[in-house]
Design a protein around this ligand. Structure first.
Ligand SMILES: [Ca+2]
Ligand SMILES: [Ca+2]
Ligand SMILES: [Ca+2]
Length: 171
């Protein structure tokens, strides 16, 4: 991977977390993502699934802040993301998956409305709500259903999430 491609990947990952686009990753990005997901799947914040999603979003933010908010101002700047988060994620992608696990588990519960299993279409809807281009989101949903049975396992979601954030060494 050349330097320009590396920079582009970091930028796109930062943008994915900075949901409101204010130039920082902070708690509001995570709670905002939770709210948008609940709205998309018509689930109230007060029910069990809604509560789990907010709890997972807060845990994800706390985990992110723990590894990247070096100056402790409760927001992760682009520089903190590059020097803190990206390096730690690369060194230990498994840990990042663990930080994200409660959130992803709750997202799956929200997206799997009738409890029959996560579908590629539901994954595409969730990713689109989170700002992913709809065509790319649909592609990601299909790719996650590797065996083509129309259902996606939680472990597959976690594995894909972790590998997306594994960033090769800067050349
Ligand atoms: Ca933000
Ligand atoms: Ca900070
Ligand atoms: Ca499948």
């Amino acid at each position: 991977m050349d330097s320009a491609e590396y920079e582009r990947k970091i930028a796109s990952r930062f943008a994915a977390f900075d949901q409101d686009g204010n130039g920082y990753i902070d708690r509001e990005d995570f709670s905002g993502a939770a709210a948008a997901l609940l709205a998309e799947f018509s689930i109230t914040a007060r029910c069990e699934k809604g509560q789990s999603l907010y709890i997972g979003a807060e845990a994800f933010w706390q985990g992110m802040a723990g590894i990247a908010d070096v100056d402790g101002d409760q927001r992760v700047s682009r520089q903190e993301f590059v020097t803190g988060a990206v390096k730690r994620l690369r060194d230990n992608p498994g840990r990042f998956a663990e930080i994200a696990r409660p959130f992803l588990h709750a997202v799956i519960a929200v997206a799997d409305a009738d409890g029959t299993g996560l579908t590629p279409d539901a994954v595409a809807r969730a990713l689109t709500v989170l700002g992913v281009d709809p065509a790319l989101a649909a592609e990601a949903g299909r790719a996650l259903d590797a065996d083509g049975d129309g259902r996606i396992a939680e472990e597959d979601v976690l594995a894909a999430f972790a590998s997306y954030y594994v960033t090769p060494e800067h050349p």
